[in-house]
Design a protein around this ligand. Structure first.
Ligand code: DQA
Length: 150
């Protein structure tokens, strides 16, 4: 059975491709999902790729991952900058967490420079557009391999 990495996407990411394409690109969330699933497979992993506009739903998905997944890749979108609830759920998960953003949040408005999610993340990948999700999956595979080797 493949080990599952939960890939969580926060609010407004369902509008990828239509929403500010100059910042977030022209690809859709389905395109992103397809590329992430393929990349996971190359590492012998399964990607459980989800999106929600609802903070509580994201918290519940993180809690569910605790018993069923081997890691979490998360683009919490705007909740990145506001949500202590998502941070607490990630800290409680006891799983490796990788934070991802399509845009380079440090190049943008100051309110995007602070991330609650980062306090729970092994690392952050931002500014590489959709490719960042594949990079995050590569990094997750490496983290999981190094844990197995111990
Ligand atoms: C984002 C960056 C956030 O600041 C923003 O609120 C998003 C998307 C990104 O992927 O670049 O919705 O997480």
């Amino acid at each position: 059975m493949s080990r599952t990495v939960v890939v969580l996407n926060g609010p407004n990411l369902n509008l990828l491709g239509q929403r500010e394409p100059e910042i977030y690109g022209h690809g859709s969330l389905d395109d992103l999902k397809a590329a992430t699933v393929v990349r996971a497979k190359t590492h012998g992993l399964a990607a459980d790729f989800r999106q929600s506009n609802d903070e509580g739903e994201l918290v519940s998905a993180i809690q569910a991952a605790r018993g069923s997944a081997v890691g979490i890749i998360i683009n919490a979108a705007a909740y990145t900058h506001t949500s202590v609830a998502i941070l607490d759920a990630l800290l409680a998960s006891d799983l490796p967490v990788i934070e991802v953003h399509l845009s380079n949040i440090y190049k943008r408005e100051e309110f995007r420079h602070h991330s609650y999610v980062s306090r729970a993340a092994t690392g952050v990948i931002c500014g590489f557009g959709a490719h960042g999700y594949e990079l995050a999956m590569d990094a997750m595979a490496q983290i999981l391999d190094s844990r197995k080797a111990k």
